[in-house]
Design a protein around this ligand. Structure first.
Ligand code: PLP
Length: 378
């Protein structure tokens, strides 16, 4: 059988190896010069002024909601169709994530549903640019302004995406977060950044990521509660090298998405929505939706037998047992999110996928769909 095709693979080459070795040889492995350099280069690439590198996308979200002013008992409107970290960061501060349903085309939070979810206890909105597709931020910004709400954008999956007005996702002047886990458009191993709207906000975040220490304080002086959410310099070195060819990596992902769109055109699956109205997706994953007649989890197992890795992606957050037990969530609350979560399937996706590999995935998926329609007689 052919080599199995993995779900994701970071684009790491000699320049990354050299960059990490350079940091290693410098012996400056944490709080060294690579930290500031990565932040400056990331900020310049994004077109933002204030960037703090941290240890993960989750840490970025946690520091982001704290900087926004979240408090115990607050309600925060967010998407149930996301990676669990975007809701968990609200719980870290003893506030409550209030979910609202998503738009069936973009799979992002539906501004109308967000508005309906606002109560007198709501203090913030936490939209997620899911699968790299820009959220309708102008609509949410109007809602936030009208109701006096803060905003933290979860752009962990959306580095490189652009809004219809030309502004890059994460560079609209809101607090925004990015994540750099190895399946992301850019990786630092583990890592993330927070984009801040102003210098004092960045200063607070820089302090909180470093145990609550101000930049001019001594090693063991701490003037606020903080965490160890620092990004180490090896990760920063890797990130700098990745930034050097980010545009090429994004283009390679877009090329693979184009290959999939062609290869899957005749199959009975829903493809990711094409760009529309000037919004530009940054390709993070390639997720299709299977027809309702197909058992998705069975399809994952069958694809594996064909040497193709795939994954149910994403489950709806409110239906995790922890969220059900804590908040009494139940099926039927967010019908679009639940339907999409039940049918969505992430296929292998990374920039180095070849046309031949995409064709293999398409052939395997076609066979699996065929079998699901006409099960072999037992
Ligand atoms: C939408 C979203 N939010 C948050 C995160 C959390 O990032 P990390 O895994 O780096 O903590 C991820 C990453 O997987 C994500 O996809």
């Amino acid at each position: 059988m052919n080599e199995p095709i993995p779900l994701a693979q970071p684009d790491i080459g000699e320049r990354e190896e050299r960059a990490v070795l350079d940091v290693l040889r410098s012996r400056r492995l944490a709080l060294g010069p690579a930290l500031g350099e990565f932040e400056r280069r990331f900020a310049a690439h994004l077109g933002a002024d204030h960037v703090s590198a941290v240890s993960s996308g989750t840490a970025a979200l946690h520091l982001g909601v704290r900087a926004a002013g979240i408090a115990e008992g607050d309600e925060v409107v967010t998407s149930p169709f996301s990676f669990v970290a975007s809701a968990n960061c609200v719980l870290y501060e003893r506030a409550r994530p209030v979910f609202c349903d998503i738009d069936r085309r973009t799979l992002n939070i539906d501004p109308g549903a967000a508005e309906a979810a606002v109560t007198p206890r709501t203090t913030g909105i936490l939209p997620v640019h899911i699968f790299g597709h820009p959220v309708d931020m102008p609509a949410l910004e109007r809602l936030a302004t009208a109701r006096g709400l803060w905003m933290v954008e979860d752009a962990c999956e959306a580095l490189g995406a652009v809004h219809a007005d030309g502004r890059p996702v994460g560079a609209r002047g809101n607090l925004a977060t990015f994540g750099f886990y190895p399946n992301k458009q850019l990786t630092t191993g583990e890592g993330g950044v927070v984009v801040s709207p102003a210098a004092p906000v960045k200063q607070r975040i820089d302090s909180e990521r470093n145990q609550g220490r101000a930049p001019d304080m001594g090693w063991l002086d701490h003037d606020r509660l903080g965490f160890n959410y620092r990004m180490d310099d090896l990760s920063c070195g890797l990130g700098i090298a990745q930034l050097d060819h980010l545009d090429e990596m994004l283009a390679a992902r877009a090329r693979v998405a184009g290959l999939y769109a062609q290869a899957l055109a005749e199959l009975d699956v829903e493809l990711p929505c094409p760009d529309q109205g000037g919004d530009r997706r940054s390709w993070f994953v390639y997720v299709v939706q299977l027809p309702p007649r197909v058992d998705r989890d069975q399809a994952v197992r069958a694809l594996r037998e064909h040497g193709v890795d795939s994954k149910p992606y994403l489950p709806a957050i409110h239906l995790f047992s922890f969220y059900r037990e804590r908040f009494g969530h139940r099926e039927g609350e967010f019908p679009v999110s639940e339907d999409v979560a039940r049918r969505s399937l992430a296929l292998p996706f990374f920039g180095a996928l070849t046309e031949g590999q995409v064709a293999r995935v398409a052939a395997a998926l076609s066979a699996v769909l065929d079998q699901a329609t006409h099960p072999a007689p037992s």
